[in-house]
Design a protein. Sequence first.
Length: 298
Amino acid sequence: MRLLSFNKMGKHAIGILKQNTNTIVDLSLADPSLPTDMNNFIDLGSEAIELVERIVKNSNENIEKKLSEIQLLSPIPVPRRNIFCVGRNYYEHAKEFHNSGFDATAGKSAVPDDPIIFTKATTSMSGPFDPIPSYYDTSNSTDYEGELAVIIGTDGRDIKKNDAFDFVYGYSVSNDVTARNMQHKHKQWFLGKSLDGYYPMGPVIVTSDEAGHPDNFHLKTLVNGEERQNSSVADLIFDIPTLIECISSCITLKKGDIIATGTPVGVGIGYEPPIFLNKGDVVEVEIDPIGSIRNTVE
Ligand code: MG
């Protein structure tokens, strides 16, 4: 199932994108007793997914809307907690970042021995087609990082790798937008990665039953139509079960948590000299089979 959030007269609403169409089912019209906030919907677990599958099967035009008629929000417009993120998690990107001089935490080796976990503030979240507000970046060094986002569906602590996929609710597309000079200057990456609006996500959450194994996902990032990143998600250094085991060994993972799994080679600081984003640039991140987000730099 493909879940999305949209703006309904200033409030959040949940829609289901119908398979191979540009039509959504507006859940608030189909069953007003269902939550309108995605966190509350995820709380209801697989029962709600099964209920909604029945609604979609029997839907009619009275509860449907054209995708072109709604304003999409991030599928989780207001995360309950910071977004968990992973640094240097694709081999070739680890090398390009290591060699760029922008990694103030760099050790001797480009490839980390253990996952590098940091977070982005909840207020960095933005919609799949929202502008990137680079005017907040006084260091003029805004860069893109196309990333697969994993959404947690079950609370868990000390989750073992073998069980990890049982805790995954679904997947989305995201861009871990980063102000590079701030990332470097403040040593910890939090500030440079947490500017307001620096985490566009969407357009949908594909639930794990429909998405299949993420090793089969493929990520591409384009800037003004030019391909910059092109990688299989199978090339992650620390795969999704390893990340879930690692994080949950320290912190209880909660329903609705988001893990941005890291970015492949091809970011702006990988170029010599670095190519940062400029006002008017259009950044698209596409993950097959989820969809794509497109954000214009303002
Ligand atoms: Mg990143």
